[in-house]
Write a protein that binds this ligand. Structure first.
Ligand code: CP
Length: 325
């Protein structure tokens, strides 16, 4: 694997999931693979799980990990080509990225969309410019439109749950991605990425449910059943993935914010005792009720803990591709 920006960088999803589960069984199996290798994790936006799990994963491969909170501690970066830098930006990515490439063997980057201009956000210019000007492997720690490490984790979590559920041995699991209310407009990244990975994986009966106006980009959802009827979607579900996102068509807005879309214990009665997932952080009693989060259906803590194994599998593949120093 040369880089990890989306599912398109993965040759074999099943093999990558297997590798993550293997690291879960034996985290220290390759303590030398990352020896004398260094990863620089650049954060333009906040993070808890992504930041810590990537650090832990790198350490378990014997790799050094440096975190740089560019968004709060670094120079304001310019990313547009031929920019006349007479405004607030101080340093061009064209100058910064090659320097970082001298310090690190892998760069990992988190950036959020601005949610003001859809074409700008969906162009993924920042991460593309880092790939272009660093010349070293780049890992997305969540970009403007996708969150591939989260999605790999989600498939790892689903696969390990399926393996331990005898009721799922001879049929595909029914996976439902349901929109949830929120107090502010959030990116579509997690939903886009989850849809992209589940569709590419092909191992599920996949349903997406949301209120009208929250249609996602069809490039990611194609292959899934999409419905505005949450009750119908939840029927016989094995997994319910809860996530808010803002509008894609009339970009970055909140239209309906009906609290009835919150997943409750009562709604789970029509599922096949579904396991409930969320990428976290979660707004309790807005997106998901306390009752669900603290009850037996919730697997959100295990899901978040699996972030380590997904990151470790990805870093191992990239390190193997780079070779020894
Ligand atoms: N799920 C996730 O990416 O969490 P953080 O924002 O805390 O990294």
């Amino acid at each position: 694997m040369r880089q990890f920006i989306s599912v398109d960088d993965v040759v074999d999803i099943e093999a990558l999931v297997d590798r993550a589960l293997d690291f879960k069984k034996n985290p220290w199996q390759l303590p030398e693979l990352g020896r004398r290798r260094r990863i620089g994790c650049l954060f333009l936006n906040p993070s808890m799980r992504t930041r810590l799990s990537t650090q832990v994963a790198a350490q378990q491969l014997g790799m050094e990990c440096l975190v740089f909170n560019v968004g709060t501690e670094g120079w304001a970066l310019e990313i547009e080509d031929e920019a006349i830098m007479s405004g607030n930006t101080v340093e061009h990515v064209r100058d910064a990225a090659p320097v970082m490439a001298r310090y690190f063997d892998i760069l990992a980057i988190r950036t959020f969309p601005k949610l003001q201009n859809r074409d700008d956000d969906y162009s993924e210019l920042l991460i593309r410019q880092f790939i272009r000007f660093s010349g070293i492997p780049v890992v997305s720690l969540e970009s403007a439109t996708l969150h591939p490490l989260q999605s790999l984790t989600d498939l790892v979590t689903i696969r390990e749950s399926v393996a331990s559920d005898t009721g799922l041995s001879n049929r595909k699991p029914r996976i439902v991605l349901t929109w949830a209310p929120h107090i502010k407009p959030l990116p579509q990244c997690v939903a886009n990425s989850f849809a992209q990975w589940v569709n590419r994986w092909g191992g599920a009966d996949f349903v997406i449910t949301h209120p009208e106006d929250y249609e996602l980009d069809e490039r990611f959802t194609r292959g899934a059943t999409v419905t505005h009827d949450q009750q119908e979607a939840l029927r016989d579900a094995d997994f319910v993935y809860v996530k808010n996102w803002s509008t894609y068509r009339d970009y970055g807005k909140i239209y309906c914010n009906d609290p009835d879309w919150m997943l409750t214990h009562e709604k789970l009665a029509q599922t096949r005792s579904a396991k409930v997932m969320h990428c976290l952080p979660v707004r309790r009693n807005v997106e998901l009720s306390d009752e669900v989060l603290d009850g037996p259906h919730s697997i959100v803590t295990r899901q978040a803990s699996n972030r380590v194994w997904a990151a470790q599998a990805v870093l191992a593949q990239i390190l193997e591709n780079i070779g020894r120093p």
